[in-house]
Design a protein around this ligand. Sequence first.
Ligand code: ADP
Ligand code: MG
Length: 370
Amino acid sequence: MAEVRLHHVFKRYGNVTAVNDFHLDIKDREFLVLVGPSGCGKSTTLRMVAGLEDISEGDLYIGNRRVNDVAPKDRDIAMVFQSYALYPHMNVYENMAFGLKLRKFSKTEIDSRIKETARILDIAHLLDRKPKALSGGQRQRVALGRAIVREPQVFLMDEPLSNLDAKLRVQMRTEIAKLHQRLETTVIYVTHDQTEAMTMGDRIVVMEDGLIQQVATTNDIYNHPVNQFVASFIGSPNMNFITGRTREEAGKVWFAARGIDIQFPDDQAQLLRKNGYVGKEITFGIRPEDIYRDNQFITANPFQSVFQAEVDVVENMGSELYVYFNNIGNSQMVARVDAREGLRPKMTVTLGMDLSKCHVFDAESEIALF
Ligand code: ADP
Ligand code: MG
């Protein structure tokens, strides 16, 4: 159990800055997820915590200790990799025992830790097997087990589920979350998968180009993204973005773009006025589920947000439809509607947006106003 604090941490490779001023206190027992597209610096950050990469600048603390210059084996961390990195010539028991032997644990202590961990992970029947005689999911459990027996203060996991098929990945996701509750340790978990990030993390760190974009809970990241990058990275299908102009008319603030002319609710209008966004180009954002097709919403809708759209493509997800339109705004737009609506290409439909959920971004900086 320990806090992990990264204070203004940089990693430079020549003139490439892979991690740029990473500054964050990770709480004791927190499940923290680093998420972002490939190459954004997630693994490099984790590897610096592990001690597998030198820190170019800044301070790293685990517990109360500054560990920049402490060897990986003395940091009291354990790491689980995407590749599992099991020793092929050792059986499961020996793989799990290896790190403990190195640290001079007694045979009885090693044995009791392995038995207990194997029971938790449901791999007790596999202890005699070599890795090549295990399925991908079983190997993944052994890799976790090898980390758990060490009873480290901090677990570091780098895309540990990426090599598993979709079904197993979902199953392991909940297992790792349960394991975290049981072990009561700090976990730093790296993934490029936004669903993993949202379902597993107490807090999520969204990174792009070596820079932290936002640190927040799933709900906050989803409902209050700080910029257009975070808004588009989290959520599936993506948030819709429409570029257009705002105007003041009869005491209200309106937004117009190709195919729509909508009126902001008063509290949002006030924010737009106060920040000088009236009479300007902005990027308007709305998530696919905040666009409604049903008449009840459209008639009871307190907002001036109704528009007509022509259906281009329909993806049937079973319970709902992802409906794409081409005649609104500057790029394709998508709405999630009930499958019972039975929409088909070429239909013209009336839709309404829940403007209490909409977002406005600065057209140039892409920073969210709300
Ligand atoms: P992620 O895990 O988010 O996909 P990485 O942390 O692996 O990203 O990489 C971040 C950036 O640092 C990338 O641009 C990558 O090319 C660069 N990088 C990583 N390792 C090295 C290295 N050993 N030498 C030079 N550049 C590196
Ligand atoms: Mg990586």
